[in-house]
Design a binder for this molecule. Sequence first.
Ligand code: ZN
Length: 245
Amino acid sequence: MNKHLKQLIELSELDKTIDGFLPDEDRINGALNALLEEQNRAKRQIEEAEIFITENRVKIAKHETQLAEQSDKITQHSRKSGDLKTEREIKALSLEEDIAREQVAFVNQEIARLQNLEEEQRARIDKLKMRIIEIESQAGETKRQNIDALFALNEKRNAFVLEKEKLIAEIPQKVFRFYEKIRRWAGNRTVVPVKKQACYGCFMKIGNKVYSEVIASQEIVTCPSCGCILYVKEDEKDEDKKAAA
Ligand SMILES: [Zn+2]
């Protein structure tokens, strides 16, 4: 097999291994990220609750103004009642008074309901604030644990990075640049095996001419369909020979 192709196969394996540490890193950071997300959510909920309270206060204030107006009416009525002569006048006034009292009762009820809502929101804010404090301490603890886990992970990962650097130093610049150019769009599919005469980058069948070039592996051959670098594993070659025989 072409020496450079062999190096690129090795390089692509190392790249895959190094990339394989990313999910571990995400998993380690995941718990902390979840906590921080929850914290942000709690902060937003507090803001919403505070806005609700402010708007609720405006409503209460309006009702209190109404209440004052109704109370004034009732007071005026009771002053007037002394001057009334006819039964009809007395009746009419008493009716008006009843309506005013009903309205006062209704507005009082409404104020109580709104005040209850405010209480509920205040309790919610207190709970959320406590949760935020809890999260802060949990996040601090998680961060400390993460540092150790990430450090251990990095040590493992760095061993492969070192190996990769050593390998890159052995590969001619031109060959490495060619690999990097493909890797930019193909990622971990830069170097792919050919199985049963199909490219494992795009799963397209490969023409006989290219396939024989890949089997010969004298040169670095790319897939005519997707542009990935192709190689055939030794055992696959044997299979192929068996099939041909
Ligand atoms: Zn392909």
